[in-house]
Design a protein around this ligand. Structure first.
Ligand SMILES: *Cc1c(COP(=O)(O)O)cnc(C)c1O
Length: 398
């Protein structure tokens, strides 16, 4: 008896290279794509340790928890780090980045998270890319939570290192990721004597043994199941059309936001401006006196399939040194619910049931809410968003 997961023919080099080409198309890039066989933190750490080191100065933009992680890696590999932090309920502006770069002309590396799945905000990468390019620094973007949820134009935005993972809006597996590397970034890596080599973190190993060798032989046994699953989710996105997939995510975010506001009872979007709210997930502050974990636990007891997560920030805060030496706070709300309306959950049904479940638990706790109004507002916002963005891809049945 053959087993569908175990008795597979070997994954060929040509097949692996074809998946890389499809990732490049998804990222709108001509740059080399390396599929990295592990979660997205693997290429993110690889990029930082390859692109920064003693003698380099990095601008680390902190708009959520991942930026804090990047700052730690940058410091660990010897770079001088300038943290630019903004409150997590907002986005950073291109003007803030421009000012930080003007204050420290020696900055040669910029790290930015596009969309923050944890806190629900998204940053204006096109405008930021312009100021980073004008300054000349290498630009690393964590696009794990934005890919397939919102436009991501690697080359047009001047992104030198664009990192993605498959498990959020792509609706794919966890445990496989990819990075698009610009020629400039390869040069920087090659010139860095401390860039990882003969290491799991090494992107240069992939360049030498795989890309420069003509992509004819894989340097080691590929993670076959993850690569095939990545290919399957790329096929699914291509079949729907990328615009339809990002459109669904935009509509899900708008519907969740509108629905939560109409539900009332004190459930409020954490990200103040709708334009700064990430299409991948919506964070909602819970009403005073309502414990987020309890709320989510009760909602999930009624329906375990709902895409709800409690976010417990506690005292965690991103209060760090800002560009001009000032303290900038980025405290995470202690009590939040996150609606993960991504991938298979970027649907009107998932949004409606999430709002209904939250409304039912709040009503049960004696909070005055309007579940019917929430459902209506969510449906209207969904329809309005989809009508805003008619695309050819939308007519293909999605
Ligand atoms: C989910 C996420 C990651 C981590 O991805 P893993 O594959 O779990 O390592 C990194 N950055 C952002 C912005 C994310 O949303």
């Amino acid at each position: 008896m053959t087993h569908p997961l175990l008795d597979l023919p070997p994954l060929t080099a040509a097949h692996f290279a074809s998946v890389e080409r499809r990732v490049a198309a998804l990222l709108a890039t001509e740059n080399d794509v390396v599929i990295t066989q592990g979660e997205a933190l693997l290429p993110l750490e690889g990029c930082i340790r390859s692109g920064a080191g003693p003698g380099s100065t990095a601008l680390n933009v902190v708009t959520g928890p991942y930026g804090q992680t990047f700052g730690n890696w940058l410091r660990d590999c010897g770079a001088t780090v300038v943290d630019l932090a903004v409150p997590f309920h907002t986005a950073v502006t291109a003007a803030q980045v421009e000012q930080a770069l003007a204050d420290r002309p020696e900055i040669d590396f910029v790290s930015l998270v596009h969309a923050e799945a944890a806190t629900g905000n998204t940053n204006p990468v096109a405008a930021i890319g312009e100021v980073v390019r004008a300054h000349g620094a290498l630009f690393m973007l964590d696009a794990v939570a934005s890919v397939a949820a919102e436009p991501l134009l690697t080359d047009a935005w001047g992104v030198d290192l664009c990192v993605i993972g498959a498990q959020k809006a792509m609706g794919g597996p966890a445990g496989v990721s990819a990075v698009a590397v610009s020629p400039r970034a390869w040069e920087r890596f090659a010139a860095n004597p401390r860039a990882p080599r003969r290491s799991y973190l090494s992107l240069l190993d992939w360049k030498e043994r795989w890309i420069d060798a003509g992509r004819v032989a894989l340097p080691h046994a590929p993670a076959q199941l993850e690569t095939l699953a990545l290919e399957a989710c790329l096929e699914r996105i291509e079949a729907s059309g990328l615009a339809a997939v990002t459109g669904r995510h935009a509509a899900a975010a708008a519907a969740t936001r509108a629905g939560a506001l109409a539900l009332g009872g004190g459930l409020a979007p954490f990200v103040h401006e709708a334009a700064e709210a990430a299409p991948v997930a919506t964070t909602l502050r819970t009403p005073a006196g309502v414990d987020a974990t309890e709320l989510v636990t009760k909602a999930l007891a009624a329906d375990p399939s709902l895409p709800l997560v409690a976010v417990k920030g506690g005292a965690r805060s991103a209060s760090v040194e800002g560009g001009g030496g000032r303290r900038v706070g980025g405290a995470l709300a202690a009590e939040m619910v996150r609606v993960n309306h991504y991938g298979a959950d970027a649907t009107p049904e998932a949004v409606r049931s999430s709002l209904a479940a939250l409304g039912a638990v709040l009503a049960g706790a004696g909070v005055a809410v309007d579940p019917a109004g929430a459902a209506r507002a969510a449906d209207e916002a969904w329809a309005a968003t989809r009508a805003d963005a008619p695309t050819r891809a939308d007519t293909s049945g999605n």
